[in-house]
Design a protein around this ligand. Structure first.
Ligand SMILES: NC(=O)C1=CN([C@@H]2O[C@H](COP(=O)(O)OP(=O)(O)OC[C@H]3O[C@@H](n4cnc5c(N)ncnc54)[C@H](OP(=O)(O)O)[C@@H]3O)[C@@H](O)[C@H]2O)C=CC1
Length: 271
């Protein structure tokens, strides 16, 4: 895997390029689509081994692995008419676009792998879920922080649904900060403290010898403040509401995949 192409050099495309090129000696050469010329030119200037191509077809022709990272609604404009030989590997990172749908757009025999890279691939610090497994994409995402190939597209949808919980987590932290501020604490102090508190939580998550429920129990004094907030706020009703929201999202992700309607599926693109 010496040559990687990226069609769609936006937020996630840029994160992949940066993660690949900052990843040491084994870094592959990277070929970028020309659209979003400024971002592509900046990346090419900053990193040796990154080049901007004249068009999307040239990206495909120069690469063994081609990452499709345009927004879902742009996929037909970006991809229709491209010739993708069967010995390439296509990586589909577009949320809500099933592999069958992308195969019809590209009209190719090449293997297509779905993936959910997250922005932390920029620092090679996030595990990427893929389906189906392929040695080329296993190697690519291993290089970017780890790979988790799953058994089928239904399982892929479950992991996709999990990624839909990220901004709720930030909003939760922002709510804690706002509460402290309402009680007279300077906003900067509250924000600094909450960030530090939960960075500590993040570090404790890397201790894989303890299950998540065990970590919760270990941080809790019987009848203490943590137990009180957990049982009075994150009570069974709240937990069930979260479970129901995830179930509904999962149903929509499956319906979206099954819709097979050439882009008129019920869900808007989401991230
Ligand atoms: N951001 C994230 O965390 C994640 C995003 N994704 C998926 O990745 C895809 C991209 O998301 P994101 O990076 O956030 O979106 P962005 O809008 O940041 O990037 C999309 C890029 O595609 C470019 N583009 C549009 N049309 C074409 C074309 N015809 N040829 C080449 N490039 C084109 C856009 O250029 P221009 O700006 O000129 O329109 C833009 O630079 C989406 O499908 C999203 O679902 C998946 C996982 C995580």
């Amino acid at each position: 895997m010496r040559h990687i192409g990226i069609i769609g050099v936006g937020e996630i495309g840029r994160a992949i390029v940066t993660g690949l090129r900052d990843g040491g000696d084994a870094a592959p050469e990277v070929f970028l689509s020309p659209r979003g010329a400024r971002a592509s030119a900046e990346l090419a200037e900053r990193h040796v081994g990154v080049r901007v191509c004249a068009g999307n077809q040239e990206v495909v022709d120069r690469s063994e692995v081609v990452v499709i990272a345009v927004r879902r609604d742009d996929r037909h404009d970006a991809l229709a008419g491209l010739r993708v030989a069967g010995d390439k590997v296509v990586v589909n990172v577009m949320a809500g676009v099933a592999n069958d749908d992308l195969r019809r757009t590209l009209a190719t025999e090449a293997p297509i792998v779905r993936a959910v890279p997250l922005p932390a691939v920029r620092e090679r610090r996030s595990v990427t879920v893929t389906w189906p497994s392929h040695p080329a994409t296993d190697a690519l995402f291993e290089h970017l922080g780890g790979v988790l190939p799953v058994a089928d597209e239904q399982a892929f949808d479950v992991f996709s649904a999990l990624t839909g919980t990220l901004t709720t987590h930030y909003a939760y932290l922002a709510t804690l900060t706002a509460w402290a501020t309402r009680h007279g604490v300077p906003a900067e102090d509250a924000e600094r403290y909450v960030r530090g508190l939960f960075q500590g939580v993040g570090r404790s998550l890397s201790d894989e010898t303890r299950a998540l429920r065990q970590l919760a129990a270990d941080h809790e004094t019987p009848r203490g403040s943590n137990e009180r907030i957990r049982t009075t706020w994150f009570d069974p009703a709240n937990s069930e509401a979260l479970t129901a929201a995830l179930d509904a999202l999962l149903v929509d992700l499956g319906a979206d995949r099954a819709a097979d309607d050439g882009g008129r599926s019920p869900m808007a693109e989401r991230g």
